[in-house]
Each structure stands twice: as structure tokens, then as C-alpha cells.
Design a protein around this ligand. Sequence first.
Ligand SMILES: Cc1ncc(COP(=O)(O)O)c(C=O)c1O
Length: 431
Amino acid sequence: MENYSIQTRCLQAGYRPGNGEPRQVPIVQSTTFKYDTSEDMGKLFDLEASGYFYTRLANPTNDHVAAKIANLEGGTAAVLTSSGQAASFYSIFNIASCGDHIVCSTAIYGGTYNLFAVTMKRMGIDFTFVSPHCTDEELDAAFQPNTKAVFGETIANPALVVFDIERFAKAAHAHGVPLIVDNTFATPILCRPFEHGADIVTHSTTKYMDGHGASVGGCVVDSGRFDWTKYPDKYPGLCTPDASYHGITYTERFGLGGAYITKAVAQLMRDFGAIQSPQNAYLINLGLESLHLRMQRHSENGLKVAQFLNGHEQIAWVRYPGLPGDPGYALAQKLLPDGCCGVVSFGVRGGRQAAEAFMKGLKLASIATHVADAKTCCLHPASSTHRQMSDEELHAAGVSPDLVRLSAGIEAAEDIIQDIRQALALMNTQA
Ligand SMILES: Cc1ncc(COP(=O)(O)O)c(C=O)c1O
């Protein structure tokens, strides 16, 4: 499969049916799996044999789809989770526990920020948030002796800041820790963070991978390149015997390519059970089969929308990293040469009320908290997801009251732009 282009692998990687087997990934809708002897099953419990015994830990449908995502990202192993939030949580909790510390970019999805800054902090894991534009000195100063990882988002939701993966990977490695990158908005079609030095990738598969607003899910992928065994004191969970699995040591038994994901399945799936349902995995696989075509169209439409908005008299500002002049443009040319996805953030002149009026006028774009979908959708955070915040609080969170996030779908670009045009014109007639 590796010799085929990523377009072909979107269709064919992860599942190769044998003679007479179903062509489409079968949905194994079974909680449990039957064995002839207790010894056979015992080998699975001891991680001595690979196989399935209970869908809270693993399921064949999920594994086919995870293998496809691992292949697209250029990783060695992957696991599907019940949501993107679960993927972010697992990616860190697999290597950090109470008393540990993580360095994280400030330009990340708000839900991830809350998970880290509030919920995981309550578990005793501390986060230092650094601007993605910080100096090398500021970044260096964020590390502590108990730092276990660095986290960032390739294209940040909704700030649309491009994350300098190479720079952050270099800093992480200089401090002997891995870089984890949430690659949700870019998808492996537009950016493969492992090629730029990242060690672990996470996804909300709910977004472009599914692409049709049908199923919530997540994924964690390992590059297999971070050498945990160089830091056995820092990563004892991977480098010393696991008493809950009869003393196996993950790095010894599964090597660098398999240790991290096997541990995530054996411990975190076993104990938290945030596994994706096989039905959702099947739906995500359908989305993956057209991901390469959709990402191309999303990116074309996103750029056309950004170009239309840029300089429009009723628009105060536009953020889209594919737009010349955008602060992320130069970095996007390097990391995202094939496009910058369909999400565009912009400010409507007149602030919060003007943005609300604009949203009311939309006819084709649906108002939805969702993003990265085949159908164009639009969100005004100040009057919806962030409505409890004052203007001052919104500014502090990096979400200005006039900010509208438009997720360009794969409809005809002219129709999306015409919808925006008429909604802006309607505001003038009503003013
Ligand atoms: C970049 C990013 N990461 C993670 C998540 C969380 O994903 P989910 O909603 O699937 O839990 C989201 C959700 O919007 C997101 O945009």
C-alpha cells in the first residue's frame, strides 16, 4: 500500500478482503467474541495473542479503519476513540499522570482548552499555555523537569493560526518529550505532521474525516518514532512492567511502533471504554473514501470565500491562512501546500449585533455548532457557543464579538458566495 498515492490509500488502505470476503469493511456489531477454550482467551488477556474479546477494548471494524488512518498519516499504529475529546485526553493521559506537566499552544479548540485547563488540571496534570508565536526563549522557559509532552493544533479552530510543527517538535525533542498534534482541520490530505517532526497525531474524526455530520469520533495515531526507552524514568508506563498485564513491558513486547497504542488500548480502553462504535467507524470509513476529493474542494471554496470577503466594505477582517497577507500565509505555504481547508473566520463591521444580523440573513449556509462538513455551515460564537461571555471575556479568549466562523462546504463556490453576498446586502436594507 505504501507505494500507492494518498488518494488511492483513502480508498484501499486498512482493509484488504480475502477471497470471497465482503468488499466493504464489515460492521462487526458484537460486544463479545467466542472462543473454544479458556486458554485461547487467556492468551488474549495476557496480550500474548492478538484478537478480540470485548468491544469496550477493541473491535475488528474499528481496527480496519484505524489502520487506514495510520496509513494516511504515515504512522505505525492507531486507535479510534468515541470522540475527538477522548482522543485528546487519551493522547496525553497515556504518558502523563498526576504531578506531570504539559506545554500547550494557546491556539487550540476551546473544548480542548477546557479539557486541559480545567478537567485534566483537576486530575493533577498542569498545563503551561504558550502563544504559537512565542520566541524560542519563551518556549524553552515553558518546560519543567516534569514536562511529558507538547501539544498544538495544525490549523487552530477557530483562530485559524497555523502551528509551526517543526519549531515546536525541535523544542520538544530538545527537552526529551514528544510533540502531539491535533490534525483535525488539515487532515492527512493537506498536512502530515509526522513529516515535520511530530510524534503523535490526534483527530476529531467527527469533522472532515466523516465529513457528512453523521458520526462523532476520534483517533490517536503514533509515528512509532519517539524513543521512550531513552527516558525510562520519564515514561515508566511504557518502559517498566505493567502489573495489570502480568508484568509485560510495552516497549519490550511491542517495540517503538506498537508500544504507545497497545498501552492506550490495554489500559485506557479497558478502564475508560471511550471506544468508537463499529457503526460510526463504518461511517467514518465511507467518509475517508472521498476525503482526498472533498479536501481539495473544501480548500478551493474556502479560498474563494476568503478572497470574496477580503476587502469587502462590510467585513472588518478575514483570517484564512491560504490568503496572501494572512499572518499564517508563509507557514501555510510550507506545511499546507495543497490547501488550507474550508474554514474561514471573519469579522462583520458593526460588532456583535452586525454579526447576528448577518447570520439571520443566510439562506444556504446552516447555522450549526458543527464545522468541517460537506454542507456549508456558519457559527457566531458570541451569540451561541460563547454567549455567556462579556465582550471583554471574549477578547481575552481570542474570540472577538464580531467573529463569524464559516465552514465552506463542497457546494458550488458561486452559490456559497452568493449566499454571503445577499446576507450582507440584506443587512444594508434593514439598517
Ligand atoms: C480541532 C478540534 N479538535 C478536537 C475537537 C473535539 O472533537 P469532538 O467534538 O469529536 O469531541 C474539535 C471539535 O470541534 C476540534 O475542532
